[in-house]
Each structure stands twice: as C-alpha cells, then as structure tokens.
Ligand binder design. Structure first.
Ligand SMILES: [Zn+2]
Ligand SMILES: [Zn+2]
Length: 863
C-alpha cells in the first residue's frame, strides 16, 4: 500500500490510463478452453473495417466490455472475440478512388489484393482506438472474414445448404443497384420519400398515368380492376404500346386501385414489386429494357444505349411531339434505394443464387432467444412476416467470398469442390475430377460472389468452434450484442443460418443497443458535420469518461444523443471519487495491524447502505441496465459516502479516539467494494484506486458478494444523518460558519441512539440524544401580523388595531378575542389577522426548536 502522501492531488487521466493499458496483459482476457468455469461466449459484431471506429461502435463495445468484465468477476470463462467483416463495396470503391482505376482495369486477383491491403491497414487503425478505450478483448479469438481460414467456412456453409436444398439458383426478379452493378437483398433496400412527376398519356385509347415512361419498352400488359365500369368488356383485348407498337393484353386484377389516375395501369418488367406480383400471377412476357449498368437495351429500340434518365426525357419529348402526353402532375412517393450508395434500385430479372427463407423455422428459433429490450423481438417478427422473396445471396462484385461452383461447359452440370479442398476460387482453380454427369473436363467457374452477410451470419458458428460441419463444440453462444439497425440483416440471417446448418438457435440471449445521435439530435453524418470521434472525447477526458457516458446515457436499446456535458459530468464524478479516495487513504495509512471490528453506529450504517448498493448494482448488471447501475454507484459515492458519512465521521477520524478504528474498517471495506463495482465501467480508475488500496489488480477479483443487515443501524443512522444535515442547514440559515460552536443541542428521538459522539463532533456542539420528550415551556414573545388580511379589511383603522393587539396580554394573543377596543370604538378581529410569536425555554434556558418528523431538537442559546 502506498502512503497517501504519494497519491497525487490531481488524477492525471492520460498518464493513469496509458500506464494501465501498457501494464495489462492480453493473456488475462483469453478464453480458457480447459477451464471448468461456466462459459460465457459473446457473439460480438464484426465491424466493417473503414479505418474509423466511430462513436456508435464505441457505445456498442462499451456495453460488451461492461458485460465481459462483469461476467469474468462473476466467475465465468468469458470469450470476447473480435471479428472484422471485410468484404464489400465501400472497400472496392475506396481502392478505385485511391488508385484511380475501375475494378475491371486490373486482374481480379490483383484487385482483391489491393482491397486486402487497404483492409489490413484499416483494421490496425481501429484496433488502436479499441485498445485506447480499454476494452478487454480476447485478441486470441480475432477473426478476419477475408482470410482463407474464415472464408473457407463461408464456402463450406454454402455447399452444405446447397446440398440440403436450402440454396438454389434461379432466374428471378431481384433488387439491383445499377451503380454498384450488383444484386442486393431486400434487407439492403431503404425506402425514402421523393417527389416525382406523374405523366398522363394516351395508350391506344386508354389514359394511363406513369412515373416511369422509360419503361414503356418493357410494358407487357395493361391492368384494370374487374369491377371498374369504365373498362367493362375490355379484358383480353390487345392494345398497341405507343411509340414501340408491340401489342399487350388488357388484364383484370383486384389489386388495381381504380382511384389512382384513370384506373388503368401499365405493367412493366419491372417498375416495382407490384409489377413482379402481376407478372407472376398472370404469366406475362418478360421484356428487359434496362441492363445492369442502368443503360437501355436493344429492346428499347431507338433509345438503346441511353441512360434510363436520358431515355425518360426523350420518351416524354416524343410523346409530346406525337400529341399523346395529356398532362403532368407532381407526386410524392417512396422509392427503394441502395443502402450503400442511395441510388434508386431497379428490379431486374437475373440468374441469381438464393437462400430459401423458412419463415416459421426462423421465428421458432427467434422465440427461444431472450430479447433485451423485449420489444425488439417484434421488429424481427414484423420483418420475417413481411418477406415475400427468398434471400438473394449472389453479388456481381469482386472483393467477396467466391461462390464455390463450376459449370460444365458440355452439359451445364453444376460441379462442386470437395469440402476438404476449400477455400477455392472457381475463376482460378479447376475441379479435380471430370464432370460427374458427362465426363467432360471443360468448366466455367462461377464469377458471382457471395453477399457479405453470408460471411458474417456464421460468426456465431465460427466463435463457438465450427470446423465446417456438424455442431460446433461451444454452440450456442450465450449472448449476441448488436444495434437495432441490423436486426433484419445480421440477426435475421444468423438465426436463419444457425437453424439451417446446426438446427438450433444461435444464442441464449440477444441484447440490442440504440444508435448515437449528434448533439443536434440527428443521425451523425458528414453533411451535418455533427460527427464526434471517440478519439476526440478520449483525448480530452479519457476513456473512462467516455465509458461512463456510454453507461449512463440511456436505457439499453434507446438511442443516445451525444452531449459533451455528460462527458464533463462523468469526468467530474471521477475527480470527486479521487478526492474521496485520497481522503480515505490518508486516514487508512495511520492504521496498523489487523482491521478492527466495525462497532459504531454511523460506520455500521455505511455498511448497510453499501450492502443495499451492491444489491441494486448487481440486479442492474444482471439485467444489462448499465444506466441504473451507474446511477446507484454515483448516488452512493457522492451522496451517502461523501456528503453524509464523511461529513459526520471526519471529526472521529481526526480524533485520537479508540472508536477511530471502527471507521477505518468501514471505509476500507467500502473502498474495496466500490472499486469492484466500478471495475467493469471505469476499469482504469478502479484499477488505480484498488492497487493503492490492496496492491493487486481489481480485474482479477470477484464481484463483491457483500451483504450487511442491521435494522437498528439503518434506522438510527438515518436519524443521525438527517439531524446533522438539518442542523448544518440551521447554522447556514443563521449565518454561522459550519465549524462555529453551536452550544448545547438535545436530540429527542423515540429510541435511545448511541452515535459515539459523532453528531457533537460534526456540529461543534455539545450534542446529546434523549429518548424522552423535552419539557418545553412556551413563552409568547410578540406578535406576527398578517397585513394581507388587515390592510384590505380595516384600512384606516389598521394602525390602531395593531397597537391594541400588541397591548393584549399573552394568553389573549394565543386565543384571540372576538373584538378589540380602540379608544371607545370596538373593532371585530378579522380571522387570521395575527398569530403570537412563540419562544421556548427548557429549564429556564431559551432554546430554538427544530422538528424533524418524530424527532425534536432543541438548541440552547447560552453556551
Ligand atoms: Zn449501390
Ligand atoms: Zn458435364
């Protein structure tokens, strides 16, 4: 134990945090596969390596670290892995920008290598931030999805689901981003409002309204509602498509809204999801007018080669020339956009790979998981119930896990690699055996690659020890922490994949966190310039202040608005704690030998309150209510310990009294327990204090199992605290210094209280407790007038009335007469016009009297 004179007056955040970060060893946080302890495996989110560990990540990881540290202290064998979800478009785009190329300018393998290099650098930057935030990550369980040891598992999972019939390929309409030039899943489509133009034109005698005239070349039918009188008898008639002149049938469908436009709609392949529905229902033709780059195809005749935007303008122009464009009006609509680049999506019919969505199986598994907060389950349920199409998993990109199949050029057979040969790149590697169907030996490798969610949706299998087949030895994981923004993707896909590959639900629990909003209440974005970087906070206030902000900001699942004031308050709390700690250590240093028993009232009271705090914080941590845990710790440290206890016990600590040892024991226990309660949330601060106190690491200690019940101490201690506080306020109101002598104070309570002289020392008074009632003698010493009544009621007589009242004998002041006499005039006494001023005496000494509930305190004036 270091003597307190070595404790610096100021807590140097930067120095302390850096020192502990370089002292702590990674090995101390490793999951131990041989341990007999119950295991607690966390299926942590693998972030996208942008190189920038943002504040939203920081919040998410704070929660994870609180849990990991708490569970370790509770005796669990914790696995807190760190993954990196590397593949995807943003990295491809960044590489293209950096080197001034497009992905097709260099060989595929060269392009992948450039993406990998960029990713490795970005991961390192993010690791640095994570270490600075003090996360107790298990770096021996780090995984990187772009590396062969991981993506061979992604490929194995693909092959298994393909063999089981859960993956198939099909030509089917899919959401397609023409800027990213790839199919995307429904979960990646964001619907945003926009204003567009609704164009009314003559369609072979019928008026049609469309927002997308460029799709006219892809028109395959005109639909009307069967009950729409205007189109009675039209069904089956064939109409000529304006400009293009191909003929399409009129069909009837109840899904047509007769109230929209003219009640007749054109069906194109494909303008939106409804077109897909009608196209399937009525077995219509397929006309592809837009290609993967968003360029008009040969089917668009004279418009071929134009961008869809240019085509729209040209067709509207030509309609106007032809005199068939009737009118145009503005329309508010919701349009599906690519979640990565915000380009409006097209629906294109393409050969793609799909994962079958067994909705009921997924929901059954989701129900076996405990959701915190509970209402997040319904987000999953709503999403599952809204799914109409299977999950499209093929992407037309490069930096991703290759789809491990070949096609036989002779017979078209799909040829698969042996699982032992994984990972493979079918565009480079060749099958080891001839085509099983025709014996041919000429193959084309699948060029499409897998959706990134195919990599990350097996994270739980990976961390629980999956080797590519069967049930992973540590499956299921205990908890999945993640943001509510990826319930319909990461959570949904993980449950789907765990069910399909292992047959069970992936985790016992899922904990859903909110998003961090900027100080202006909006989502952080470059365009709003409201982004706060974790490094900025840590640089000024340290990691522990940021962590405290994360713990206290909001209930889990709720969005948090970032606020510098919260960080400042967090940092102030640490200063306060440090001052308390220094004060306590200064007194503990004088102790010698074994800790003494805790005997005195307020010391026992402190332990009762500490015990209640431990119970509250433990319950909060068990329920992942970090805001509640932090609040309980703050209230105890700031109010109970610093304001109430220390103010009372100070005098005894400075006194050379035998009862001093009891206070030191209570304080030692309290600081020990407090450090442990703080350890998960502010690990650096807790470590610094605990090392000074116990010369050991707090992070190898157990969670405090501290219970202390003493009803009498609880009751009497509360009385003492309340009495001392009231008397200090009394001093303040009288303009007295807090250490000014107060004379002799009697505290009359219903039970005898033995405060070891603490009240007297705290108040600089001769304070005594009595179980009796004071023999108060009441003396009327004057009168208080209520001018609000006297003024308006008596007007000019007021002055005479007041003189007459002052002249009354004391007993009449207490029991006012009905009238008073002024000269020879009798004036009725207005009710409530005055009250007597009362003073008290005890045994002849004049005293002030305070009443605090059942307790009466008398303060003698003569000392
Ligand atoms: Zn896009
Ligand atoms: Zn073949």
């Amino acid at each position: 134990m270091s003597p307190s004179h070595q404790l610096p007056k100021n807590y140097d955040i930067e120095e302390v945090e850096r020192r502990w970060q370089s002292t702590w060893r990674d090995e101390d946080n490793y999951f131990n596969p041989d341990s007999q302890k119950p295991r607690f495996i966390i299926d942590t989110p693998p972030p996208y390596p942008t190189g920038n560990f943002h504040i939203g990540n920081a919040l998410n990881w704070c929660y994870i670290d609180f849990i990991a540290r708490y569970k370790r202290m509770r005796g669990f064998n914790v696995m807190f892995p760190q993954g990196w979800d590397c593949h995807g478009l943003p990295t491809e785009v960044k590489v293209e920008e950096t080197y001034g190329i497009t992905k097709n300018d260099v060989p595929r393998e060269k392009f992948r290598e450039m993406c990998r290099d960029l990713t490795i650098g970005n991961i390192e930057k993010m690791r640095t931030t994570m270490r600075r935030l003090g996360f107790s990550t298990d770096w021996s369980h780090e995984y990187i999805t772009m590396l062969p040891e991981y993506y061979k598992k992604t490929q194995a999972s693909f092959l298994q689901m393909l063999k089981a019939g859960d993956i198939y390929q099909s030509e089917h309409p899919v959401n397609f981003c023409t800027r990213c030039e790839t199919a995307i899943a429904f979960a990646e489509v964001n619907y945003v409002p926009r204003t567009t133009t609704l164009n009314y034109f003559d369609f072979d005698g019928i008026e049609i309204a469309t927002t997308r005239p460029e799709l006219l070349a892809a028109c395959v039918a005109v639909a009307v509602h069967p009950d729409d009188e205007r189109y009675h008898g039209m069904k089956g008639r064939r109409l000529a498509v304006p400009i293009f002149e191909h003929e399409v049938p009129v069909i009837e469908d109840v899904a047509v809204d007769p109230g929209f436009g003219s009640g007749a709609v054109m069906i194109c392949t494909f303008g939106d999801k409804t077109d897909v529905y009608w196209w399937k229902q009525h077995h219509l033709d397929l006309r592809k007018a837009i290609d993967r780059q968003g360029v008009m195809t040969a089917a668009a005749g004279p418009y071929a080669g134009m961008s869809s935007e240019a085509c729209r303008k040209a067709i509207l122009h030509d309609m106007e020339e032809a005199g068939i464009l009737k009118r145009q009006e503005e329309l508010e609509q919701r349009v599906g956009t690519c979640w990565r680049c915000k380009t409006p999506i097209e629906i294109l019919s393409e050969r793609q790979w799909f994962v079958r969505v067994h909705r009921d199986d997924i929901l059954d598994a989701a129900k076996k998981i405990s959701w915190t907060p509970e209402h997040m389950f319904s987000r999953m349920e709503n999403w599952a119930n809204s799914m109409e199409w299977d999950w499209c998993i093929s992407r037309q990109r490069i930096f991703a896990t290759p789809i491990p199949v070949w096609f036989c050029t002779t017979c078209g057979e799909v040829v698969l690699p042996a699982e032992a040969d994984l990972p493979i790149d079918p565009t480079v590697d060749k099958p080891r055996v001839p085509c099983p169907r025709c014996g041919g030996s000429d193959f084309i490798g699948e060029k499409d690659v897998l959706d990134t969610w195919m990599d990350s949706s097996i994270s739980v299998l990976h961390v629980t020890g999956w080797d590519g087949s069967g049930k992973p030895p540590l499956f299921p994981a205990q908890i999945r922490p993640q943001g509510h923004d990826i319930i319909r993707t990461w959570a949904f896909y993980t449950i789907l994949r765990a069910k399909a590959l292992v047959g069970g639900h992936p985790w016992d629990e899922i904990l859903v966190n909110g998003m961090v909003l900027g100080e202006d209440g909006f989502k952080m974005s470059k365009s709003r310039s409201n982004i706060i970087a974790p490094e900025e906070i840590v640089g000024q206030y340290g990691a522990d202040a940021l962590r405290q902000w994360g713990a206290g900001g909001a209930a889990i699942g709720s969005d948090i608005m970032f606020n510098w004031n919260d960080v400042v308050a967090a940092s102030r709390f640490q200063t306060k704690l440090w001052n308390i700690f220094r004060f306590v250590m200064g007194h503990l240093d004088k102790e010698t030998g074994e800790p003494a028993p805790v005997t005195e009232l307020i010391d026992r009271w402190l332990l009762v309150r500490l015990s209640e705090t431990v119970a509250e914080v433990t319950a909060a941590m068990e329920g992942y209510q970090f805001d509640r845990a932090l609040k309980a710790i703050r209230e105890f440290a700031w109010n109970t310990l610093a304001d109430d206890y220390v103010e009372i016990v100070k005098g005894r600590l400075y006194a050379d009294d035998s009862s001093r040892a009891s206070a030191c024991s209570a304080l030692r226990t309290t600081m020990d327990v407090l450090c442990r309660l703080l350890a998960p949330i502010i690990p650096h601060f807790a470590e610094e204090c605990y090392h000074n106190l116990a010369a050991r690491s707090v992070h190898t200690e157990t969670w405090p199992d501290f219970a202390y019940a003493d009803d009498e101490a609880r009751r009497h201690g509360d009385l003492l605290v309340k009495t001392v506080a009231e008397l200090r306020r009394y001093k303040h109101d009288k303009g007295m210094a807090l250490n000014a002598p107060l004379g002799h104070v009697m505290i009359y309570a219903s039970e005898p209280v033995d405060d070891a002289g603490d009240a007297g020392r705290a108040l600089a008074a001769d304070a005594r407790w009595s179980a009796g009632t004071p023999r108060l003698e009441e003396v009327v010493s004057g009168v208080n007038f209520n001018m609000a009544i006297i003024g308006p009621t008596l007007r000019k007589q007021a002055r005479g009335f007041m003189e007459a009242v002052q002249a009354l004998p004391p007993e009449l002041l207490k029991n006012p007469p009905a009238i008073v006499t002024i000269g020879d005039e009798e004036i009725p006494v207005p009710p409530g016009s005055f009250t007597p001023k009362v003073a008290y005496r005890v045994a002849g000494e004049e005293v002030d009297v305070l009443t605090l509930g059942d307790v009466i305190v008398t303060i003698g004036h003569s000392s």
